[in-house]
Structures are given as C-alpha cells and as structure tokens.
Ligand binder design. Structure first.
Ligand code: PHE
Ligand code: ZN
Length: 884
C-alpha cells in the first residue's frame, strides 16, 4: 500500500546489478508469533555494473533487527532504511553482509513471501515476494547458490523442505529440529522455496536417460493422500517426454511437489520444490472433473518443464517473462497434444485465446508479449504473456520446421545454461540454428493488439487460376497508434468437389519430393499481398488459417454452403471446427436480429441439417464432435460484437433460441448418441471415457434447451453418476434450463454428499455463480456468507466471484448495476487483503467500452475504486489505465 501515486518501471531503464550475490545462506527460526530470518550474502561488485560501493537491497514489511558487514555490527549512520529498500554505502568490492529480520507470516494475507496456509508455512516468491522475507537483490538477473537452514518445532512441523538436497537433520538442545538444504544450481530469489508442516507424502522414482535415479515425492495433507496418483503419473510422463522431445534431462536426485490450499496462482516452479495449488494437483473422481484431470496433467508438466525453460535458463528482467512462460506453455501444449488429441487440444487453446486474450489485446491493459512498462509486475501474468507468447513460439516452430526449431532450442539451452537472458537471446538462437532471418518477425514481441487479416478471392476460369488477396492491419493499442506489418504464417488448403486440391503457387517450382502437396503455409509479411494458385480444375473453397497458424482474426466472406463443405470435408481438423463456429456465429447473429425486430426466431434449416449430419458422422471422434457442436460462448460473441455493440441479453436470448432449435430438430439423434455413449466401466480419466462424457454433456444440454426430456435425463444422470463430471454436467443442465423445483433438491444433495471435500465445494460454488436466473446476484451474495466461503482463500473467491463476473454475463451486466456493485465491493475489500487477487478479479469491469448501455454504470464503479484510500499498486494500475 502506498500514499503517493505508484511509479512506472520501464524496460529501457534496465541496468545490470551493481553487486552479485555469489552465495546466499539463510537461516529460518520458525515460530508461531514471529519468524526470525538471518541472511548471509556473499557479495561481489559486478564488473558489468555501475561499480560504485552503493547497494540498494529490496525489502518490504520487514523489521530489521541487526545488520553486520564482515562480522561487524553496522551503525545506523552506515545505512538508510527506505520505504521498500535498504540502502548501503561505501561497500568494499567483496564482503559478507548479514541481516537479521523479523517477519510475521501468520499475518501475511497477500500470499507472497512467507505465509501460512492452514497449519503449514509456505512461500511464494515470484515475482517479487522474496523481499518480504529478507533484504535482498530481488531481481531475476542476480543468481546465487543457496544454503538454507530451518529450525522448527518438529511436533508441529515434522516436514521441513527447501530447494536442492537435504544435507543434514539434527536435534537441537532447544528441542527444535534443524535441517540444512543446499541447492547446487545458482538461482534467482524468485525460485527460492520453503515449506514446513504436518504433511504426508507419496513417493515414486524416475530413471533419467543417462541412468540417474530420481526420487519423486508429492506432499499433501493426510486426508488427500489418495489423490496423488494422477499427478505422479503425469510427472513421470513429463520427465520422459522432455527427454525425448527436447533432449532435457532432470538434474537433481530429488524432485518434490507440495500441495497448498491458499495460493494465488495455479502452481510455482521453485527449483526441485514445486508448490501447487491443491486444485492443480489433487485428483479424485468425486472431486475432480475430466477437465480437471487434464488440467492437472498440463500444469504438472508445465512446472516440470520450467526446470529448463525458466530455471536453468531464466529471465534477465520481468519484461522478459514470456521468455519462460510463452516457451513453457508451448512446451506443455505440445505435451498435452502428444498425450491426447492434438486437434481437440488446439481447439481448446484457440477458444481461450479468442474469447479472452483477444479481449485483453483490445482492452485498456493491452500490452505486447514483451511489455515495455509496468506499475505492478503481478498484473502482467496475463493471457498475452502466456498464451499469445506461446503462439509466437509456435509460429517460430512453423517458420523453421520441427528440426531447425529443435536445433534452435538446443542451442538456446546450451549457450545460456546458468544465465538470465532475454527474448532477443531466444530469437537469436533460433535464427542462428536455422539460418532464417527473423528481423521482421520480432514485431510480435514488441507490438500489442490482434492483427486482422482481410482475405478475398478471385477466380479466372479460363486460366484455372485462383487468387487470394490478403490485407493485414492491426488496431491501435495504448501507446501504439501505428503498427508495422507482422510476419504471419498463413496455413492454407484448397477444397474441391472431391477433396483437397494439389497446390501450385504461381512462380514456384512444383516440388516432386513433397508428399503432401495439398497444404502450404503462405508468408504474409506486407500490408497487402496476392497469392495466385494455378492449374486448378475448378473454383475451390479456401481452407484458411489451418491449425490456427497465427494468433490473428481472419475475415473471409464465406457462403453458408461453403462453410458446411469445409466443416464436413476439409483435411484440417481445426478448420472443420472453425467453420462450424463461423456458421454458428452467423446463425446466432441472424436470430438476434429477428428477435430485436420482434419476430419469431427462425434458425436456418441449413444449420439444423448440418448439426444432424455432424451427429451422424462416424469419422468424428466424440471429443471433437462435442467441440464442433458447442456454440460459441456468450463472451466470445460479445467480443465479436466489438466496442459499444455488445448486448449481453440479446446475445443470451439468441444463443438460447438456437440451442433450443437444434435440440428440437435433432432430438432423436441427440438422445440416441446420449444413450450409446453411456460409460459402463468404472470411472477412468482415459481419452475415450472423457470424450464420451463430454459429448453426452453436449447432447444433454441441447435436449434440455428444447424441453422436458433433457431435464428428465439430467435427473437420472445426477442420481446414477459415480463421478463429479457427470454430477456437475447434470446439475448444470438442471440449473440452467430447469425451474427451481428441478435443481433445488439435487443442489442440496450435492452439498450433503460432498460438502466435506473443499475442491468439490468450490465447483459447487462456481456452478451456482453461473446460473442465469434472476436471483443470481442475491444467490452469490448469500453464498459469500456461507461457512465454506472465505475471502482469504483465492480458490473460493475465484470460484464464486470470479466465475460470476467472468461467466455469468446476463447477471454481471444486469441493467440495475447490482452485478457491478457486488464486484466492486469485494475488490475494495480484497484490495487490503490480497491486492494480486483483487486486481485480477477486476478484469471484467475494464471492458466497459464493449457494453452498450452499461458503460456509465461500469465506469462509475471503477471511479469509486479509484477514490479508495490505500489503493494497492495492483488495483491502482488496472483502474487508472481502464479509466484513461
Ligand atoms: N510461474 C508460475 C507458472 O507459470 C506462475 C506463478 C506466477 C505462480 C507468480 C505464482 C506467482 O508456472
Ligand atoms: Zn509458467
């Protein structure tokens, strides 16, 4: 919290550190009232730094007890305590600086630094939490070898963990236990971790490619010990996959994972001591949905992959965050694709990107993948840095091809092992290994906003020549009015009557070696370009942006007939899905217009016919079919409507009307599929079972949208289910389409049966937060008073309030403003408790420019927040940028 306006940090101001910390020795005396931290920093003046004897150590919420230089107590005139730092002058070139600080983890509700979660102590240091533990050069380009000693009461804290290897355990005369951990790999402070608590663990092992035996442990509370199997299995598969696909071997003899209930994010890649939100590691059929199982697999992999992309090679400064996050998300997406269905994974990722990242790119917080400035770095753990950053890495992969990409990755890891580097270093390694010039491609790192491709066609019947004209543009974003052209890889094919056609670009030699000459990637790198295909027997339908080859919006004026052809006949799974989406968007928009002019909705029979055909297409796997049948979300439709044009109520009604029409028209086929796909075996999170349950849920939704039959089936499903996936999908259908009498009893039943399982309760809260009925705001307020709700626990806040604001558009955007008020009130309260969560929760309000007729109400809430006393930098940044 600050009184003055928080300052802005700029990338262009980067300076190397004045001192390096060669070794860091930490001693923790963990206590119930306070914790005493003693640090010994072995300092060496940095020859690349400004080379004065001045050193400013970061420190926040610390009580300085004592400070010594080379063993001698430093008098108060030798240092200066500032608001968030400790300034030392006239330091020698090399010295030992020792500090004793007192902290109170039990009062730390920000969940950054050292804090308590339930009965345990744990840490979260990324990005700048370490400065809440002791005075330090808390920046990622200062890498140090850590030795950590922990003294604690072993009856309360039998498990005492930190990074690296356990060197000794002793019993102290005081009765406390002392452990010493040593991590041989130099690391920045943000990768430090400590855990102390009463924990059980499961143990397994992994033999690396060079034959080293690694002990793997997952630490949890005793009650959760049976929920670790899936995470352990995912970890072992991740370790093998990283060896095979990226040539990366694990580098220590031990790898620990700890699950904690109170955590700001999903998980954290601390060296050899990953700390996970319980929701991202524990799995059990009664508490974890199918999607949850897949998420756990992906996050376990993501954190493990950071051991190389993040830890062995880390970031020079926080502007380079995407260096580790974009690359690691790309790596985990590839892993998930190899473990399951590549196309389905791609569709899921694109859905997230389009509905949420595109909105970020179009909003007041828009920033490049490598931002140029920030007020609070915690606000930049965004979909842009993570997901768009991964798309940028994916485009490099596409431009270079898999072999050159792997060579670039190998060069990057080899050249920069043990260093803190930049996105530029990553691109340079890719260029050198491939011989490709990525100069213009770098615009993806520096320019914000989602590029738009406007594509049009012309056909010369006599010459058999087909021309695609492509124009690229990118809307202005804060601080960037004009954009330079991007390099956009545009995957394409041409669909003829009998399937995909052979491609021959004018002016290019036919390549007889090429096995698949029906697919190519066009390089769009100018504002306006023509691509001419020759030798075509008929006018084709273009299959564009195959595999979603670039994170862009693409406009092409397809007829509905052509979309249907692509949907059923293209070779590219992504384009098949995307065509179904585009078709649905058009049909929903049409119905929205009919409703607006007071007419009865008439859903295009072509769409109904296409839906039946999909349902009866045996070539589609059920998971893919479920994706293709799922209508674009209300959020995505609002995004497409654009600034000042999103009408949430109209979108909701139109989408509902289309759902009902499809459900009615396809009732028989839907019910048949629903029955056929019933899983008879015991629950398993296998691809086949997950696909079946997912398509059943889709069918059930349509049937319930159309009438009573769906509700009947949902009641049956709820009673018969042996897993939470089916319980919740039934309950969702009942509570979204039924009357109170349909859902009230099962909703209570769910709580009676599973109220003792925190993770199940969180999903029960989330489901109720999405209900579209009129009582939703009152219900959310009521649930905030429920004994299971806790404003200090981010999972609860996200489940109830985050889901309400993010996934209940008709109620969040109620014309009476009660939805907005609810969000503002909880953000104001959280601002003082956990600024990071407060600021994240605020995101839906920042999109006020989109909502026709609501902008003033939304702005008014933001203005109220702006006027709050003691506004955190986190909330200040989002509020002030949104109001600009
Ligand atoms: N670095 C973590 C990840 O992506 C995310 C994280 C950031 C966790 C900040 C906690 C705090 O895996
Ligand atoms: Zn990460």
């Amino acid at each position: 919290m600050r009184d003055a306006t928080p300052g802005t940090i700029h990338l262009k101001d980067y300076q190397p550190p004045g001192y390096l910390v060669n070794r860091t020795e930490l001693h923790f005396l963990l206590g119930e009232e306070d914790t005493i931290v003693t640090s010994k920093l072995h300092l060496l003046r940095n020859t690349e730094g400004s080379s004065s004897g001045e050193l400013e150590l970061d420190g926040q919420d610390l009580e300085l007890v004592e400070i010594r230089l080379d063993g001698e107590i430093l008098e108060a005139d030798r240092y200066e305590l500032r608001e968030a730092s400790l300034l030392l002058r006239d330091l020698p070139e090399q010295c030992l600086l020792s500090c004793v600080t007192r902290i109170q983890p039990q009062l730390n509700t920000s969940l950054e630094g050292l804090y308590r979660s339930q009965t345990m102590f744990c840490t979260q240091c990324e990005a700048e939490g370490f400065r809440k533990i002791t005075y330090y050069l808390d920046r990622p380009d200062v890498m140090s070898v850590f030795t950590v000693t922990i003294d604690a009461d072993a009856s309360r804290y039998p498990v005492l963990l930190s990074n690296g290897n356990l060197e000794e355990t002793t019993l102290l005369p005081s009765g406390d236990t002392r452990v010493v951990w040593h991590d041989p790999f130099p690391k920045p402070s943000y990768l430090f971790a400590l855990v102390a608590g009463q924990l059980e663990h499961v143990e397994d092992s992994f033999v690396t490619c060079s034959g080293r035996d690694v002990t793997l442990r997952i630490y949890v509370e005793e009650k959760d010990i049976d929920k670790c199997g899936h995470a352990m299995d995912s970890l072992q598969r991740s370790m093998r996959w990283d060896e095979e696909r990226f040539g990366r071997e694990y580098d220590l003899d031990i790898f620990n994972v700890v699950a904690v209930d109170d955590f700001n994010m999903g998980a954290m890649e601390n060296k050899s001591l990953n700390i996970f939100n319980t929701s991202c590691v524990l799995c059990d059929p009664d508490t974890t949905t199918d999607v949850g199982y897949q998420r756990v697999e992906a996050i376990v992999a993501h954190e493990y992959f950071h051991n190389w992309s993040g830890n062995r090679v880390t970031c020079r400064d926080w502007f380079q965050l995407s260096l580790k996050e974009g690359f690691t998300v790309f790596r985990d997406a590839e892993f998930s694709s190899d473990m399951g269905s590549r196309t389905v994974k791609r569709v899921e990722d694109v859905t997230l990107l389009r509905s949420a990242q595109f909105a970020e790119d179009a909003g007041p917080m828009a920033h490049p993948v490598r931002p140029e400035s920030y007020i609070e770095i915690n606000n930049f753990y965004t979909l842009t840095v993570y997901e768009k950053g991964a798309e940028v890495v994916r485009m490099i992969h596409t431009l270079l091809g898999p072999d050159a990409f792997r060579a670039g990755s190998d060069l990057y890891f080899e050249r920069h092992d043990g260093q803190a580097v930049t996105c530029e270093d990553f691109v340079l390694a890719m260029e050198e290994a491939s011989g490709k010039d990525l100069s213009q491609f770098r615009n993806w790192y520096s320019q914000a906003g989602t590029p738009r491709l406007a594509v049009s066609e012309s056909w010369d019947e006599d010459a058999g020549a087909y021309t695609l004209s492509v124009a690229q543009s990118c809307p202005p974003t804060p601080g960037q009015a004009e954009k330079k052209p991007f390099v956009i890889p545009l995957g394409i094919g041409l669909l003829g009557d009998a399937g995909n056609l052979r491609l021959q670009l004018e002016g290019e030699e036919p390549d007889p070696e090429l096995e698949d000459n029906t697919h190519t990637v066009l390089m769009v790198d100018q504002q306006q370009q023509d691509f001419v295909f020759t030798g075509l027997p008929e006018k084709p339908v273009p299959s564009l942006l195959r595999g979603f080859s670039a994170p862009v919006r693409l406009d092409f004026d397809y007829s509905r007939e052509d979309l249907c052809r692509l949907m059923s006949g293209d070779d590219d799974g992504f384009v098949r899905w995307d065509s179904a989406q585009t078709l649905a968007v058009g049909v929903i928009a049409e119905v929205q217009q009919q409703l607006a002019s007071g007419g009865e909705p008439v859903v295009d029979p072509l769409f109904l016919q296409a839906s039946i055909q999909l349902l009866q297409d045996p070539s589609l796997d059920p998971a893919m079919l479920a994706e293709m049948l799922t209508l674009p979300s209300e959020n995505y439709l609002a995004e497409l409507a654009g600034e000042g044009a999103a009408d949430v109520d109209a979108i909701h009604s139109a989408r509902r009307a289309v759902q009902a029409a499809v459900g009615g028209h396809c009732a028989q086929a839907l019910e048949q599929r629903y029955r056929e796909l019933r899983v008879e075996e015991a629950y398993a999170a296998s691809g086949a079972q997950i696909a079946a349950r997912s398509l059943r849920a889709t069918c059930l939704t349509y049937l319930a949208a159309a009438g009573e039959r769906g509700l009947e089936l949902a009641q049956e499903q709820f009673s018969a289910a042996d897993n939470i996936t089916e319980r919740l999908s039934a309950l969702r259908v009942l509570s979204h389409f039924g009357k109170r009498a349909d859902w009230e009893q099962p909703m209570e039943q769910f709580y009676k049966d599973w109220g003792h399982e925190t993770l199940a309760v969180n999903q029960w809260l989330a489901l109720q937060a999405t209900m579209p009925d009129d009582a939703a705001v009152a219900r959310v307020r009521h649930l905030m008073e429920h004994p299971d709700f806790d404003i200090r626990n981010p999972n609860k806040v996200r489940s109830l309030v985050g889901t309400f604001a993010g996934q209940n558009p008709v109620n969040f955007h109620r014309a009476d403003g009660t939805g907005y008020r609810l969000l503002r009130q909880i953000v104001a309260e959280l601002n003082a408790i956990n600024p990071q969560i407060a600021s994240r929760l605020l995101a839906p309000l920042t999109k006020w420019r989109y909502y026709s007729g609501r902008a003033d109400l939304m702005r008014a809430e933001l203005e109220q927040l702006a006027a709050l006393d003691g506004l955190s930098p986190d909330v200040f940044e989002v509020v002030s940028k949104s109001l600009k």
